[in-house]
Design a protein around this ligand. Structure first.
Ligand SMILES: Cc1cc2nc3c(=O)[nH]c(=O)nc-3n(C[C@H](O)[C@H](O)[C@H](O)COP(=O)(O)OP(=O)(O)OC[C@H]3O[C@@H](n4cnc5c(N)ncnc54)[C@H](O)[C@@H]3O)c2cc1C
Length: 389
């Protein structure tokens, strides 16, 4: 079997790339390891930069997001039971959109169905062959049978644990990594959000975040030890700890309820360079991971998709390979800036096991500076809103 682009991974990166390419008449086959139901049940990101919002409109899948998404023009940074706002509209005349990754993924699945584009779920043993030749091929098992797709290009959109990155020979890639000694315990509950805006709280007991997915669906996080398990955190213990870390007025008005999802995510910064090997392109979490503090994971996947979509469109339009050759450098330039922002927000807002009194004073001074300086707030807002593609 043959197609133009094989996309490995049916998460947001793979689906969005497939959607943009198919709409331009470029044929894609999408291979996903899990079932559709499994992918759609994964609770992950929820803050979309304006660049991603635009891209979803360009892909023809922005309608439901526009209707149901929540436009956010500020965030609240709390520390020592007080806090201040970062006003995106005033500082940068822009906003982010709160819309769950599961909803976005559902929109993209439905759009792919409507185009009748090939999408195979529960594929196993995906292998990439000849990515450094002009005849790349992907083999896999589906419905118990081995199958093969020959193609022009392979997009490795298979997340951090996929096969694509490891298909690049070890001597052809460089990996950069920082693992943080803490995790985020996240709870989703069918309760009204405590506030219209996101509350990021720095507290002596650890970081906390009050977020949301919709007016009736709240998403809350607290920093926990990396070794903690979900079983150690029954709902009552979670709510008690969350309330201790956020400002008193928010703690008093918060509506708690049963968790409908609860998970612990480790915090990691990771980049694999380069993001291209021959005819294989890495895209999204397959190439990089950020700690979620800056809300950048999903948004970075989107900017990679944008660069790759543009490069492949150019190639199929007039054979021009310039953007293909530039893909890795262009994507990485934006990736490293978002890595820096996510790392700095993580260092600013969390408590770390080995932190000295000096380190704590540095955090406090940085928060005080942020509170009093429009220039510092503008820099934060510019990065949170997303640097241009
Ligand atoms: C638990 C968790 C919580 C997160 N929370 C946030 C958050 O609050 N805010 C934020 O901004 N970001 C968050 N992120 C990050 C964000 O969700 C990711 O950056 C985003 O999903 C990246 O999209 P992707 O398509 O590159 O990768 P993924 O979403 O990981 O998609 C990759 C897809 O490839 C499939 N796959 C893997 N291996 C294979 C294979 N061998 N063959 C075929 N298919 C394969 C996977 O099943 C998956 O569907 C979170 C991530 C995780 C894991």
């Amino acid at each position: 079997m043959r197609t133009q682009v094989v996309i490995i991974g049916g998460g947001p990166a793979g689906l969005l790339l497939g959607q943009l390419l198919q709409r331009q008449g470029i044929d894609t086959v999408l291979l996903e390891r899990h079932s559709r139901e499994y992918v759609l049940a994964r609770i992950r990101a929820g803050v979309l930069e304006a660049g991603l919002v635009d891209l979803l409109h360009q892909a023809g899948v922005g309608e439901r997001m526009q209707r149901n998404g929540l436009r956010h023009e500020e965030i609240y940074l709390a520390h020592s039971n007080r806090g201040f706002r970062i006003d995106f509209r005033q500082l940068c005349d822009s906003a982010v959109m709160v819309y769950g990754q599961t909803e976005l993924t559902l929109d993209l699945y439905q759009a792919r169905d409507a185009m009748n584009a090939t999408m195979l779920h529960q594929v196993d043993q995906v292998e990439i062959h000849g990515a450094d030749t002009d005849k790349p091929r992907v083999s896999f098992i589906h419905d118990g049978r081995e199958q093969n797709f020959e193609c022009d290009f392979i997009a490795g959109c298979d997340g951090f644990h996929g096969v694509s990155r490891n298909s690049v020979p070890a001597d052809q890639r460089t990996l950069f990594e920082r693992v943080y000694p803490l995790g985020w315990l996240g709870v989703l509950s069918r309760t009204p959000p405590v506030s219209d805006e996101l509350i990021y709280a720095s507290h002596a007991r650890g970081f906390a975040l009050c977020s949301m997915r919709s007016p009736g669906l709240s998403r809350y996080y607290i920093q926990v030890a990396l070794e903690d398990s979900v079983q150690q955190w029954p709902d009552e213990a979670f709510w008690r700890e969350l309330k201790r870390r956020i400002p008193h007025d928010a703690a008093e008005s918060i509506v708690s309820g049963d968790s409908i999802e609860k998970s612990i995510a480790p915090l990691r910064s990771f980049v694999a360079e380069p993001m291209r090997w021959g005819r294989l392109f890495l895209c999204g979490d397959a190439a990089h991971i950020v700690p979620p503090t800056g809300a950048k994971g999903l948004n970075l996947a989107a900017s990679d998709v944008y660069y790759l979509w543009r490069a492949l469109s150019q190639y199929y339009e007039d054979g021009d390979e310039q953007d293909i050759d530039n893909y890795s450098a262009m994507a990485l330039s934006r990736v490293w800036k978002a890595e820096r922002f996510s790392w700095s927000m993580t260092n600013l807002l969390h408590r770390f096991p080995e932190q000295s009194q000096f380190d704590l004073r540095m955090q406090q001074a940085q928060l005080d500076y942020l509170e009093s300086s429009r220039a510092a707030q503008t820099a934060l807002a510019e990065n949170y809103l997303g640097l241009p593609y």
